[in-house]
Write a protein that binds this ligand. Structure first.
Ligand SMILES: *Cc1c(COP(=O)(O)O)cnc(C)c1O
Length: 493
């Protein structure tokens, strides 16, 4: 471990007069003279005074306190933390892309618009949809956009009584939140013990007040919803639309298409399935696809192509029927480029392999641990599955303890206490990019933790023992956030 004390900020290292570089004042005096005095600073700016090696070591050491998918196995269920090939980064950093300005005339950005258009086309093909917009910045914003499309569709037909969205109890928390932000009422439908949506419970909820039903498939417990065709028929019969939360598209890539299953609107998380480094809140991209007949409601701007005698012109348009703008420009372009690079380097065959491998890896871990951990839904899973804590509950060791103990072994914790269907949820998603050796190491550590829980439970309960930070007080941090050094400083004074 490095010697830097975690939590030390660069201001703590400050010594008067230290500095890392020297700017010659030559030529600056005249410029200063010409500035209006109202714009000049009266007191010097309070900056830390540190030499260059101290700054470099401080930030380099701090970066190693952070866990990333490049530092170890990251089986965070529902988040698809797959390894991100570095070629994607190189493509996104090409100066021709990275130095673009969104207001450049389209004649100077034909390549960039072509890349954008091609990604729209590829996602439409992958999703089985008529058209995609790349504008939303995240999955949740994609959900909101999709629901706004659905509202615009019902409104355009004068069908104004549709104010409800039906969401399964296993859904990601963003589903009901997006529905509420879209001004719609949330109605929950329950799941069966096997983890799938209860079709008989759904049936009586469907009437002329329902705008949409949101489904995730495979759902957030990693189970394939095999009743989608029947559900689609029921939903359409009542005049509502079927929304696909495609954040978990990874196991379906190239194997099954939401459009073919009867979904009308969907979003994809490029930062999960299509390999963009994410975590800690960003960066993301949540493109939204619609079936034929709903394209006109997609947000502005839309990127299109004009073809004339073998020549192509890519351009963006703003249309009156659209629900309007949902992002300041055209989405998170660098994330879109990474996704395009990923799709093109994987190719049809590569993408087709990702889902089955992710599924195999998840089932391998599940079957290797099921004697020691409680498996509430005992079925072949897709990309992820949920344990309800340890099988032996008498030790008093909780899912939180297990998650913390995993950190001691250099593994990121799985998702814990979600889904809410079980008390001690521990949701594991290995993804396809992990080797058999990594999976075996993880399984061995999980088995060790179960043994420790029985023999020396306090070792597990007191974990983590060797991380840079041991047990942060999450509640105090949320209730009383100290977000600037000066706050800390004035508290000390
Ligand atoms: C991650 C996720 C979301 C939300 O995506 P964000 O980009 O974090 O907003 C929605 N639904 C499911 C099933 C997810 O896994």
């Amino acid at each position: 471990m490095n010697r830097q004390v975690y939590g030390k900020v660069i201001f703590d290292l400050s010594k008067p007069g230290r500095r890392g570089y020297y700017l010659s004042p030559a030529g600056c005096e005249d410029a200063l003279q010409s500035l209006p005095s109202s714009l000049l600073r009266e007191k010097p700016l309070r900056l830390p005074q540190v030499d260059e090696p101290t700054v470099v070591r401080h930030y380099t050491n701090m970066s190693t306190n952070n866990f990333g998918v490049d530092s170890g196995f990251y089986p965070l269920g529902s988040c698809t933390m797959k390894y991100n090939p570095k070629i994607n980064e190189e493509m996104a950093a090409l100066p021709g892309f990275a130095s673009l300005h969104p207001l450049q005339p389209i004649f100077t950005v034909q390549g960039a618009l072509k890349a954008y258009y091609e990604l729209q086309q590829l996602l439409s093909e992958i999703g089985g949809m008529a058209e995609f917009t790349l504008n939303p910045y995240a999955g949740a914003q994609g959900e909101l956009t999709g629901l706004m499309v659905i509202r615009a569709y019902h409104d355009s037909r004068g069908d104004k009584a549709r104010v409800k969205v039906i969401v399964p109890d296993s859904a990601h928390g963003t589903n009901p939140a997006s529905a509420a932000v879209a001004g719609l009422q949330v109605v929950q439908v329950k799941s069966l013990p096997d983890g799938t949506v209860d079709v008989e419970a759904l049936r009586p909820l469907l009437d002329e007040t329902v705008a949409a039903v949101m489904m995730t498939n495979p759902n957030t417990v990693g189970i394939f919803e095999h009743n989608i065709p029947a559900i689609a028929e029921m939903v359409h019969a009542c005049g509502a639309l079927l929304y696909y939360d495609g954040a978990n598209l990874n196991p379906m890539l190239g194997v099954a298409r939401p459009g073919d299953m009867g979904f009308d609107v969907m979003h994809i998380n490029l930062h999960k399935t299509f390999s963009t480094p994410h975590g800690g809140g960003g960066p993301g991209s949540g493109p939204v696809g619609v079936r034929a007949g709903l394209e006109e409601f997609l947000p502005n701007p839309r990127v299109k192509v004009l073809e004339h005698e073998g020549h192509k012109l890519y351009y963006h348009t703003v249309e009156d029927t659209s629900l309007g703008r949902i992002s300041s420009w055209m989405g998170n372009y660098a994330v879109e480029l990474r996704a395009l690079a990923y799709i093109l380097t994987m190719g049809r065959e590569g993408l087709r392999m990702a889902g089955p491998l992710a599924t195999l890896n998840a089932n391998y871990i599940k079957e290797s641990l099921r004697d020691l951990y409680l498996l509430p839904i005992d079925r072949v899973c897709k990309h992820e599955f949920v344990f309800d804590g340890l099988a032996d509950k008498s030790t008093g060791v909780t899912t939180l303890n297990i998650a913390k103990r995993l950190l001691d072994h250099g593994f990121h914790a799985p998702t814990i206490y979600f889904p809410l269907l079980f008390h001690e949820s521990l949701m594991i998603e290995p993804t396809e990019t992990e080797s058999l050796e990594t999976l075996d190491e993880f399984i061995a550590v999980m088995r060790d933790i179960a043994r420790e829980a029985a023999e020396t439970p306090d070792v597990v309960k007191d974990a983590p023992h060797n991380t840079p930070v041991r047990k942060p007080d999450d509640t105090a941090a949320a209730l009383n956030p100290v977000v600037s050094y000066f706050q800390l400083d004035s508290a000390k004074a």
